[in-house]
Design a protein around this ligand. Structure first.
Ligand code: NAG
Ligand code: NAG
Ligand code: NAG
Ligand code: NAG
Length: 210
């Protein structure tokens, strides 16, 4: 019973994100432009850059995680939405690689139950797939110039979105099962952080004009 409701709530959240997200983005894009414009007229400062990231992150589902991950890169990102997305994507890919190695160590743990072994194997596969999609996205992002921009950025969004869907199948699977504390803790720390980063990355991509 409980397992079922957990799975359902996570997919309805996902649905919410897909359906309602564009609305909030429209509202917040004007805000971003204002901040961008302010930055070009006033002297630039770290404060301005951090504020830009904060406002952009405010459009995501996990603003706190978004801000914490991106604000160390404020001096690189400045007030450039494209740089913001490049950095978010690169961080998401790096987090995915980290998750992959956490899952790898988990799979070597002794005393795993057959269902835990199965969940870990499935997650390893879906996270591996996410790495491929995010790697392709990062390459497409680098190519997204001039007349190719629209197509490439469309691809990036499709792939990042697919990576997120993959990651959700992993969290849904382990949330719905009885797993040991050790397995659950690793998964929580690693895969859930990853889904947050990916979800945020997708939201930031939606802020780009192309
Ligand atoms: C502030 O940053 C913007 C964009 O990053 C840049 O176009 C502008 O020239 C900068 N202004 C100053 C005063 O450095
Ligand atoms: C974030 O959004 C909330 C409401 O959506 C708003 O009240 C708040 O001022 C925003 N914060 C920033 C830093 O933009
Ligand atoms: C991601 O990892 C690569 C390789 O380890 C590194 O060069 C890059 O700077 C990292 N990305 C970010 C945004 O820190
Ligand atoms: C990946 O793991 C390394 C080493 O634990 C850590 O320094 C880094 O911040 C992690 N990267 C991300 C994006 O979580």
């Amino acid at each position: 019973m409980e397992a079922k409701s957990l799975t359902m709530s996570s997919s309805s959240l996902h649905l919410f994100q897909v359906l309602l997200f564009p609305l909030s983005i429209l509202l917040l894009m004007s805000n971003m432009q204002k901040i961008s414009a302010a930055a070009t007229t006033k002297a630039n400062s770290t404060g301005t850059y951090k504020n830009f990231i904060k406002t952009a992150c405010n459009t995501t589902r996990y603003p706190k995680e978004c801000n914490k991950a991106l604000s160390p890169y404020a001096s690189t990102i400045k007030t450039d939405p494209q740089k913001l997305c490049d950095t978010a994507l690169s961080l998401t890919l790096n987090a995915t690689c980290n998750t992959s190695s956490s899952i790898e160590s988990l799979s070597k743990m002794k005393g795993l139950s057959p269902s835990e072994t199965e969940i870990i194997r499935d997650c390893s596969e879906t996270v591996g797939d996410a790495i491929d999609k995010l790697t392709d996205s990062l390459k497409a992002m680098a190519r997204a110039q001039g007349s190719k921009r629209r197509t490439e950025m469309g691809n990036v969004r499709t792939w990042v979105s697919a990576a997120l869907t993959n990651e959700y199948t992993c969290t849904d699977e382990f949330e719905g099962q009885k797993v040991s504390k050790a397995v659950k803790n690793t998964m929580k720390k690693s895969v859930m952080y990853l889904t947050k980063m990916t979800s945020n990355c997708l939201a930031l991509l939606n802020l780009l004009d192309y």
